[in-house]
Design a protein around this ligand. Structure first.
Ligand code: HEC
Ligand code: HEC
Ligand code: HEC
Ligand code: HEC
Ligand code: HEC
Length: 405
């Protein structure tokens, strides 16, 4: 074999190898393109036909739309494409098939919230315009509103995986006193009244100013919160959970009291806090909009009495955090100190001082010398007012006793 033919052969082998490599490369590119243009939803749409066949006839199956589907909730400024994969949402009979093909659990919810006006994300969260699984469910960086379902519920240790949806329900239903289908939030609204949080906070437009305005506290994102005393999984929800458990752990020196809240109470309150957003929905989407927050008659009476009556002093100054004053109907959420109805007589027994002496020189009481000295500093005028009010409280009590005897 001469050197010429040997070189030819090498070239031939080279060409074959090159061609093979080229084909392989083309094949890979083609596969990539095919995978790219076959989005996930196509797979779900073809699977859906299989499940739908169990409850529908040929004619109905032929009418199942294909391609990207969407609901344009114009007034809410949302385009929700969830139904591209969740094709069975409005089909009764598919309750027991796997996701994303199932019937919506509570179809009656669309009677009061027509899907064409509400879409899906206004209740569920997620990213309406996205049609890939992770994007649509909002499990992507910088998207503040992930789907409030199983994954987030497990991050927040809530066993009912759909309960967090109530955060979004109450963005609209905040002015209602109680709303069907919102167990956590309803419970939290009761706690706001029972613990008189409004004594210190502005809530739905009215209340006290010892603590921050809570009207739109739901707009606070993680970066607006102080994490320096927090440990654990950092989320707005968990910040509230810890703060409600032990306010002073998160904000050292705060006058917000520890209120002995159980886990469920704190979960409910955290959800309520996150729902108090300044939404930009048109007013027809807000039940009770332009009215005040709905209160029960006895709650209105209590609020009036506490904010305007003789007891107002103790609400305004924050004394009610630790002291009940039963004579004025004030009930402390913590009862750390004694009922001040009896202070007129009690300071003599407890501190060997008249009430007036105690108020002007509380040094016999470790707690009250700190409170009057640093946390709630009263002017001399206010001290006199206090002595007068507590004398009155005592008289109210004694008169009551005489009537009863
Ligand atoms: C008015 C509020 C609201 C709207 C609007 C709404 N949903 Fe729901 N959805 C709910 C609630 C509440 C549940 C949970 C019901 C339950 O657990 O019984 C739910 C449950 C679901 C579930 C089942 C979750 C599971 O646990 O398996 C899916 C899927 C779902 N919704 C999808 C949608 C889609 C898609 C749309 C838009 C067409 C939509 N929803 C519109 C309130 C809403
Ligand atoms: C690409 C297809 C796809 C799109 C688009 C999509 N989903 Fe899903 N969805 C799924 C699949 C698959 C599941 C079942 C797996 C799972 O539970 O995560 C599911 C499950 C769910 C569940 C139950 C979650 C749970 O924790 O049990 C809800 C609720 C839901 N989707 C709502 C939505 C909403 C709202 C949208 C629109 C913003 C949406 N989905 C868009 C595919 C999709
Ligand atoms: C975008 C705003 C919005 C969201 C989100 C929303 N709702 Fe509503 N809801 C309304 C409006 C508006 C009505 C109609 C009120 C009326 O007719 O007076 C309504 C009606 C209702 C009713 C009928 C009784 C009533 O109070 O009038 C119930 C129950 C209810 N919603 C529960 C829920 C639940 C549960 C959720 C969350 C899963 C939810 N809503 C989410 C706006 C909303
Ligand atoms: C004695 C007054 C007082 C009472 C009662 C009180 N708070 Fe507070 N709260 C404060 C003060 C002061 C702060 C600011 C310091 C801090 O974060 O603890 C605060 C902070 C908060 C914050 C954080 C707000 C923010 O913007 O950082 C929330 C949320 C809150 N309170 C909710 C509640 C709820 C709900 C209740 C009733 C269950 C309640 N508070 C009862 C005084 C009070
Ligand atoms: C953080 C809790 C706390 C706050 C807030 C607080 N107190 Fe007290 N107070 C106590 C405790 C505890 C005692 C019992 C003192 C002791 O035994 O040393 C007490 C005792 C008193 C007494 C004596 C009562 C008696 O029966 O002997 C008076 C009067 C009093 N406080 C007034 C006030 C007033 C007025 C305010 C509001 C300006 C206030 N306190 C705020 C915890 C508090």
């Amino acid at each position: 074999m001469n050197s010429e033919s040997k070189r030819d052969k090498i070239i031939r082998v080279d060409r074959i190898l090159l061609a093979a490599a080229g084909l392989l490369f083309a094949g890979i590119s083609l596969a990539t393109i095919v995978i790219d243009v076959t989005p996930e939803w196509k797979y779900y749409q073809s699977e859906f036909k299989y499940y739908a066949a169990e409850v529908a006839d040929e004619a109905a199956l032929d009418k199942i739309p294909t391609g990207v589907q969407q609901i344009w909730a114009k007034d809410l400024d949302r385009v929700d494409r969830c139904v591209t994969c969740h094709q069975g949402i409005f089909w009764p009979g598919l309750e027991n098939v796997p996701q994303p093909y199932t019937t919506h659990p509570d179809l009656s919810i669309f009677k009061s919230h027509p899907a064409e006006d509400y879409g899906c994300t206004v209740c569920h969260g997620g990213q309406g315009y996205s049609v890939d699984y992770l994007g649509a469910h909002g499990y992507v960086k910088f998207w503040e509103e992930p789907l409030l379902a199983g994954a987030v519920a497990s991050d927040y240790n809530i066993s009912e995986k759909n309960a967090l949806v109530e955060i979004n329900c109450n963005v609209c239903h905040r002015y209602e006193r109680q709303t069907a289908g919102m167990e956590y939030v309803n419970h939290a609204k009761n706690l706001i009244q029972d613990k008189a949080c409004w004594g210190c906070h502005l809530i739905n437009g009215s209340g006290g100013t010892i603590g921050p305005d809570l009207n739109f506290v739901g707009d606070k994102h993680a970066e607006n919160l102080d994490w320096s005393n927090f440990s654990g999984f950092e989320s707005v929800f968990n910040w509230h959970m810890t703060h409600f458990d032990e306010p002073a752990q998160i904000v050292p020196g705060t006058v917000m009291p520890k209120m002995g809240l159980q886990t469920r109470d704190r979960q409910a309150l955290s959800m309520l806090m996150m729902s108090w957003k300044n939404n930009e929905y048109p007013s027809k989407y807000i039940p009770g909009f332009a009215q005040e927050e709905e209160l029960r008659p006895e709650e209105i009476e209590k609020r009036e009495r506490l904010l305007t009556g003789d007891g107002a002093f103790f609400i305004e100054k924050g004394c009610f955090v630790c002291h009940s004053v039963k004579a004025f109907g004030i009930e402390s959420p913590t009862e750390k100190g004694p009922d001040l109805t009896f202070a007129l007589d009690d300071t003599r027994v407890r501190f060997r001082q008249t009430l007036q002496e105690f108020v002007f020189d509380p040094s016999q009481s470790g707690t009250m010398s700190i409170i009057f000295g640093t946390k709630i500093v009263l002017t001399d005028e206010e001290k006199w007012e206090l002595v007068n009010i507590l004398t009155k409280a005592n008289h109210i009590y004694k008169t009551q006793q005489n009537i009863n005897n």
